[in-house]
Design a protein around this ligand. Sequence first.
Ligand SMILES: [Zn+2]
Length: 242
Amino acid sequence: MLLNALREQVLEANLELNRRGLVLYTFGNVSGISREDGLVVIKPSGVPYERMTPSDMVVTDLDGSIVEGTLRASSDLPTHLELYKAFPDIGGVAHTHSEFATVWAQARRPIPCFGTTHADYFFGSIPVTDDLSPDEIVEDYEKNTGLVIRRCFHGQDPGDVPAVLVAGHGPFSWGESAMGATRNAVILEFVARIAFHTVDLRADADPIPSELLNKHFRRKHGPDAYYGQPAGGDSSGQVSGR
Ligand SMILES: [Zn+2]
């Protein structure tokens, strides 16, 4: 089988979404990419999580042609492919309809950065895409979902805010690996939940000041990062304590 290690990682990242309660039934999908091979590994469509094995994962090229696998790929594959093409540094993509992130996506409201929990992972608000046009929905819907995300991030570093809310739909997130994308989906859901309650308690709550946002994001990300251990404890995709 091709890409055994990546198949295992992608399976594990999908199971983690399920374990964290971010998906119901067969909702949700995570993929990972081997940049070296130009190949993507993604969850198959409609297979229950408890029955998925590494060999069920589907391997495709960046045009979406199946290179190895007997099952059909997740129907959201074209969205994942657009993100891999647009964001050359990412190694994984996750998509869920997790409750609170989807609430913000349905309300078409960006999630403001109300606190340092958010600022540790996202350098500013989580944006909402434009609505798709009727034509974009009728023809090549999943590909156009990827393109509307690309438009939303035009000129912005996708590493600074590794998630987006697709208007009227739900969140996509990405990361250095499949598990990194899942981790960002889990953190996004937590951030969306506490932001929802913040607005509930105080409708005119302000985002944190830019100094606090900078401090929290930059101490964990980029050249001046000093959080964690020198070997880079965060690269495993595990969420470390603080
Ligand atoms: Zn969806």
